[in-house]
Structures are given as structure tokens and as C-alpha cells.
Design a protein around this ligand. Structure first.
Ligand SMILES: Nc1ncnc2c1ncn2[C@@H]1O[C@H](COP(=O)(O)OP(=O)(O)OP(=O)(O)O)[C@@H](O)[C@H]1O
Ligand SMILES: N[C@@H](CCO)C(=O)O
Length: 308
């Protein structure tokens, strides 16, 4: 379910007018996605994606849209927000902050090969370096402080064995010092469903920058590794692609096992939060928190060194 707000043709046509993209020909809701309402929109000027942000703070939205425009300028295949003559990247539609972005080609893949992972690694490193030039970037909203706060709120809601695991992991993570790890703007959610591919392993687009913010670059690589690389061969390809653009420091190599755990913890908590503490009015499509609990347990039992 991803269309929470229904947009009528006349109100959409009026909203589109300042963008000067020609007459509205068609608009249709997009079924994928969980957080926002998305539509494919076709005008005389081309095909676009309209997003109505259901619960995004407008100041954060300014940053997310500036980031995508900046990365698109740098040659990364990111959606480019349409801008009106006054320089606005979003305006209200049906009472929700809304933006029109370029529609990127391709489909996501569920079972990526080593070449997909290599390309994602290369692209992630390019994204990190390109985003470094962006001014006034906020911190990752779901960084270490968020993990501790949400983790502690969830503890009383979990069965005893899960609460014990979570309490122990929170204590372990609280003892980590990430201050020596190189930092910058990270995507923070570059899962397989947020990357589009055209035939074989040709990159079509990167989507969904709505968790982005400043954090350790290594954390972003761990988020990607946890979703894309269930085996060593694909992890080696991902890391090889990444380090071909930005070599890792000795501190990053040493921190990898703990940061991989932090990345697994982040998405275990996100999914637990959606299940146990849904926001009012949220239509919850809960993905299985167990996927990330099991990954975390695996890393705690057998820390994996970084290949290469
Ligand atoms: N710029 C774009 N070009 C092509 N397709 C897009 C674009 N933006 C979104 N989509 C399509 O819409 C779907 C939903 O988008 P998105 O993942 O951003 O949803 P969401 O509800 O905002 O976020 P989430 O996946 O985190 O719940 C994507 O899976 C993709 O199919
Ligand atoms: N990628 C997240 C959803 C947030 O977009 C997950 O799989 O839990």
C-alpha cells in the first residue's frame, strides 16, 4: 500500500502548472513503497514520479531534494527534482509537501549477482565523495543516538530472550567509538528495492534518499552489505567496487565487525518500531524484524572480517 493520499486530476494539473512541463496526460498510483504516496505522472514534457510526503519534516525535505539535485548534477543516476521559477523544489498538494522527480529507467533485482554488487559498491563510493560537497547537511536521523533511544523504548515490549539480546547489543554499541571513521552524507537505506537496473547489470537509478544524513561512510557500506551480500563472493565484489573508488582506512577495517552489527541493529529496530510502536495513522506494512535479528545473532557469534 503506497497511496495514502488520493490526488485528483484537476488539482494535480493546477499544481503542475508552475513547473511548465506541458499538459498533464496521465497519472497513476504506484503500488510499491511504504512511507509516502507515489504516482507516475506523464505530461507533454515527459514521465515523472510525484511523491506526497506523508510525515516528512519540511526542513529535512529541503535537504533530501537538494541532495538528489546535487548528486544528479554530479552524474549519479538519481531522481532530479523539478524546480519552479521561484526556485522551489516542493510545494503543498492535498495538504502534503510534494515534489515531482524525474522517472528513472529499470527494475530492481531480488537476487543480485557479483557484478550487481560490484557496481553498487562503486556507485556508493561515488555517492559518498560527490555528496561531500553539499552544504548544511543534517546528521543521520537514525544514527547511534536514535538506536539507543528507540532500543531502550522497545526493551519492555519484547519477549525476554529478544530483550536480553537487544540490551546486550545496545551496551556493546554504546561502548564503540566511531569518531575516527571518515564521515559524510550517507544514503542509509540503499537496499535492493532502491536500486533500478536495466538489462543485466547496467545501473538505471538510485531511489529513496529519505533517510540520508551525515554518518560514518562505513555504516552505509555495512547497510548495503547486509541486504545485498548474503555470501562471501558477493561481499568481496561489493567491497572491491567500493575500494576501487575510495580505499578504506585501517580504522575502518578494524571497525567493520562492530559497524556491521550496528547496521543490522538499525533495521531490526526500525522493523520492531513499526510493529510495536506504529505512528498514529500509519498504515503499517511490517517487514519481518527477524531477518535482522538473525543477521545480528550471526555476526555476534562469528564476526566477519572485511574481504580484500
Ligand atoms: N524516480 C523514480 N523513478 C522510477 N521509479 C520510481 C522513482 N521513485 C519511486 N519509484 C518507484 O516507486 C516505488 C516506491 O518508491 P519509494 O521506495 O521511494 O517509496 P517510499 O514509500 O517513499 O519509501 P519506502 O520504500 O522506504 O517505503 C519504487 O519502488 C519505484 O518502483
Ligand atoms: N529498507 C527498510 C525499509 C525502509 O525503507 C527495510 O527493509 O526495513
Amino acid at each position: 500500500m503506497s497511496v495514502y493520499t488520493t490526488v485528483g486530476r484537476a488539482e494535480l494539473a493546477a499544481w503542475l502548472a508552475p513547473l511548465e512541463l506541458g499538459a498533464l496526460l496521465d497519472h497513476a498510483g504506484i503500488a510499491a513503497g511504504m512511507q509516502n504516496s507515489n504516482y507516475f505522472v506523464t505530461t507533454d514534457g515527459g514521465r515523472f514520479v510525484l511523491t506526497l510526503f506523508e510525515a516528512t519534516d519540511p526542513a529535512a525535505l529541503d535537504f533530501y531534494l537538494r541532495l538528489q539535485a546535487h548528486l544528479a548534477d554530479a552524474g549519479l543516476p538519481c531522481p532530479r527534482p523539478a524546480v519552479d521559477a521561484a526556485g522551489r523544489l516542493w510545494r503543498p498538494l492535498c495538504g502534503k509537501p510534494s515534489a515531482l522527480l524525474s522517472c528513472l529507467p529499470g527494475e530492481s533485482v531480488d537476487d543480485p549477482g557479483a557484478e550487481h554488487c560490484r557496481v553498487v559498491g562503486t556507485t556508493l563510493a561515488r555517492l559518498h565523495l560527490a555528496a561531500a560537497g553539499l552544504s548544511e547537511a543534517p546528521a543521520n536521523p537514525c544514527g547511534a543516538a536514535w538506536r539507543q533511544t528507540v532500543g531502550e523504548r522497545l526493551l519492555p515490549l519484547l519477549p525476554a530472550d529478544e530483550a536480553a539480546l537487544l540490551a546486550d547489543e545496545l551496551a556493546f554499541q554504546a561502548g564503540q567509538d566511531g569518531s575516527s571513521l571518515p564521515q559524510g552524507v550517507i544514503h542509509a537505506d540503499l537496499f535492493r528495492d532502491n536500486v533500478l537496473w536495466q538489462d543485466d547489470a547496467r545501473l538505471g537509478g538510485l531511489l529513496d534518499f529519505y533517510f540520508a544524513g551525515i554518518d560514518a561512510w562505513l555504516f552505509d557500506l555495512a547497510v548495503v552489505a547486509n541486504d545485498w551480500c548474503p555470501d562471501d563472493g558477493r561481499l568481496a565484489a561489493l567491497v572491491d567496487g567500493y575500494t576501487g573508488v575510495r580505499p578504506l582506512t585501517a580504522d575502518e577495517r578494524a571497525a567493520w565487525p562492530a559497524v556491521r552489527r550496528a547496521a543490522a541493529l538499525r533495521f531490526w529496530l526500525l522493523r520492531l518500531e513499526a510493529r510495536h510502536m506504529p505512528r498514529a495513522g500509519e498504515v503499517v506494512t511490517v517487514k519481518d524484524p527477524g531477518d535482522f535479528r538473525r543477521l545480528l545473532e550471526k555476526f555476534r557469534l562469528a564476526p566477519e572480517a572485511l574481504p580484500g
